[in-house]
Design a protein around this ligand. Structure first.
Ligand code: ASP
Length: 455
């Protein structure tokens, strides 16, 4: 049995939905289909999820929110019409959305999640109707009825482990199950969503719960590429990678699969295949527990901008037991999540996402560092990018760091920070955001176009 998930561009309009119907028909093992909300039809289009967020934000800002609601309903109306379905579902959606807009607004996250989730919900209802029209026994299954219980972290939920036993029963469901991705319910009955792109997580959770043979994740690219093709044109396709490699690369900026989607399939030992809805003949990328061939030393180079570093120094820091804990505790008190923390004898750096670190928070943290922790010097450097080289085979190869640093030096990229060793399968460099593309290109040339070290 296969669980397959189709992303937003695969369901962006009726033509795409028909394509997905054919893909499901092509393989009777595809018995659980997880769907996203309709995505962009062109580069200038807006994703339904973004329109739904506007539906909520407009109301929160005191507007009536009708224009955004109309835009969403019209997207679904046109899909229904072009599929030759009656407009029952989009009509029901209009009424349901206005109820969601009129709901209690005291908790912003909960209010917005209820609206955001409607995109996947109605996409699944329409897709099930499309399959039924084509003569299949297809059923829309609501996450509440299936027992998809999530934590009450609105906009960033996690699965509650007790869900698994209930979700496992989907295995015995007759016909094709069409399941909306991205959301579930809290124990008290509120709708709650995963973080953005979270339909991938739903698919992985279901694949694990029903012990599927494979989790097929259909998207709009042929495979995962060894570097972002927007940064390195002609980057090589990756045929096979391990869960750990994918998790590290996804975390560091590979957006093909949500980084939290790997763990459920990994724990259940279910391979993940990334495939293209628009080119089903392309083999895609297989994500597996271990490489059959350990020759592949570096599988990919990921990068992401938008980081900053808090650097601090204090003489004899090495002898002050608990200093690191106090720094991190202060960040916790400021509700700041940190990404990495390299340290030296008298220095420590903490890397954070810039988006969550406001100028006021920066001022407070710097004051507290000198006032409460007595640091000699502290500052913040913004505008950093992280570049990560990932590969299981790096563990066994000598000279990888030398090769990477030489490549960066040759390209004139200054390394602001380096972290090797905290993960044995990756090496991370902090560079100025302006140097990001240059850094990725230089590393790609060294590891993939050099003297065969990478492949
Ligand atoms: N529709 C949601 C989003 O845009 C979830 C998803 O597509 O996976 O984030």
């Amino acid at each position: 049995m296969k669980v397959c998930k189709f992303g937003g561009t695969s369901l962006a309009d009726a033509g795409q939905m028909q394509k997905v119907c054919s893909m499901v028909e092509a393989d009777p093992q595809r018995r659980i289909v997880v769907v996203s909300a309709p995505g962009k039809r062109s580069s200038t289009d807006t994703k339904v999820t973004d329109l739904l967020i506007r539906c909520g934000e407009d109301v929160l800002a005191g507007k009536d929110g009708q224009a955004a609601r109309r835009a969403v309903v019209e997207r679904f109306e046109s899909i229904e019409r072009d599929l030759g379905l009656s407009s029952d579902i989009s009509r029901a959606m209009d009424a349901d959305l206005s109820q969601r807009q009129a709901a209690d607004r005291t908790h912003r996250g909960r209010y917005l999640d209820a609206l955001k989730a409607a995109g996947e919900d109605y996409s699944a209802r329409i897709f099930a109707a499309a399959l039924t029209k084509r003569g299949h026994n297809a059923t829309y299954v609501n996450p509440k009825d299936a027992g998809m219980w999530l934590s009450d972290e609105f906009g960033n939920a996690r699965l509650l482990p007790e869900s698994n036993a209930q979700l496992a029963r989907l295995r015995d469901h007759e016909g094709i199950v069409v399941f909306p991705g991205f959301f579930g319910y809290t124990r008290s009955g509120s709708i709650v969503t995963f973080s953005r792109g979270g339909s991938d997580i739903t698919g992985s959770i279901l694949a694990a719960a029903v012990r599927a043979d494979i989790y097929e994740n259909f998207t709009d690219v042929d495979s995962v590429f060894a570097a972002d093709p927007r940064l390195v044109s002609g980057a090589a396709a990756i045929q096979e990678m391990t869960y750990r490699e994918m998790r590290e690369l996804a975390y560091a900026g590979f957006s093909v699969l949500h980084d939290e989607a790997i763990i459920p399939a990994f724990h259940a030992g279910i391979p993940i295949c990334i495939r293209n809805t628009n080119r089903p003949e392309a083999p895609g990328t297989m994500i597996v527990p271990a490489h059959r061939n350990m020759r592949a030393r570096v599988v990919g180079i990921a990068s992401d901008a938008g980081f900053c570093t808090i650097y601090l120094s204090k003489y004899l820091m090495n002898r002050e037991i608990g200093f690191g804990r106090r720094v991190l505790q202060m960040l916790e008190e400021e509700k700041l999540s940190y990404e990495h923390s390299p340290s030296g004898i008298d220095n420590m750096s903490v890397i954070l996402k810039e988006s969550g670190f406001s100028a006021e928070a920066e001022k407070r943290v710097l004051q507290r560092l000198s006032g409460e922790l007595g640091v000699d010097d502290a500052g913040v450097e913004r505008g950093l990018a992280l570049v990560m080289i990932v590969g299981e085979g790096m563990r066994y190869a000598v000279g990888m760091a030398a090769k990477a640093t030489a490549a960066l030096a040759q390209a004139g990229v200054n390394i602001e920070m380096m972290n090797q060793g905290s993960s044995e399968i990756s090496m991370m460099f902090g560079v100025k955001a302006a140097d990001r593309q240059q850094a990725v290109r230089a590393l790609y040339q060294a590891f993939f176009e050099g003297r065969g070290a990478a492949s």
